[in-house]
Design a protein around this ligand. Sequence first.
Ligand SMILES: O=C(O)COP(=O)(O)O
Ligand SMILES: [Mg+2]
Length: 221
Amino acid sequence: MQYDAAFFDLDGTLVDSVYDLYISINLTLSDLAFPIVSQRLVESWVGNGIDMLVKRALSGDMQVSEHLDESLTNKAIAQFHKHYEQQVGQYSVLYQHVETGLAALRGMQKALITNKSRIFTEKLLDKLALTNHFELIICGDDMAKKPSPEPLLFACKKLNIEASKAIMIGDSKSDILASKAAGIDVIAVGYGYNQGENLADYNPQYLCDNFLDIIPVLTQR
Ligand SMILES: O=C(O)COP(=O)(O)O
Ligand SMILES: [Mg+2]
């Protein structure tokens, strides 16, 4: 087989998690008397971890305002933690064919590499019965976040495989850039949260519109 291990992103790749994030962000914003924001905007801000999501929400923009007050930011992050801890997994669902696809890859080593914090990742994986699919789970607060190649290279080391024998599957440019920097092939999925970017511009080796389409890429000889 061309690949020995598959590294999966979480939000926007395996799980459509935006509604829980949208609710928790707006509860946070209304606690602080900030205007609430649309689900579409929240979706475009997901993918660089929770602190960044909160900062973008306070700024009302993808580009974080340089005038954000530090104590306000810290308060907002703490409020978000409180709300998301209650909310995580309530309305999050697996994308179509994820269960079938992961089952089809039973013999292959799999790691989950997400920018989401560990406390929320574990709850979400548990609620969706995904935990047992993965030999290794690396979260955004364990080490540098994607687009750093660090979590991908760490996974290669832990699973004892060459970068050229691994492939990453993700929905954002962070996943593609991290893979390229690590020398790992990447499948970009077109159904997730692309942060308003055209993923093809980042030249992933493969582009798939459906989770099942990744299986023949992973299992090709
Ligand atoms: O930004 C997040 O918290 C989610 O990140 P992920 O897409 O890497 O799972
Ligand atoms: Mg993602």
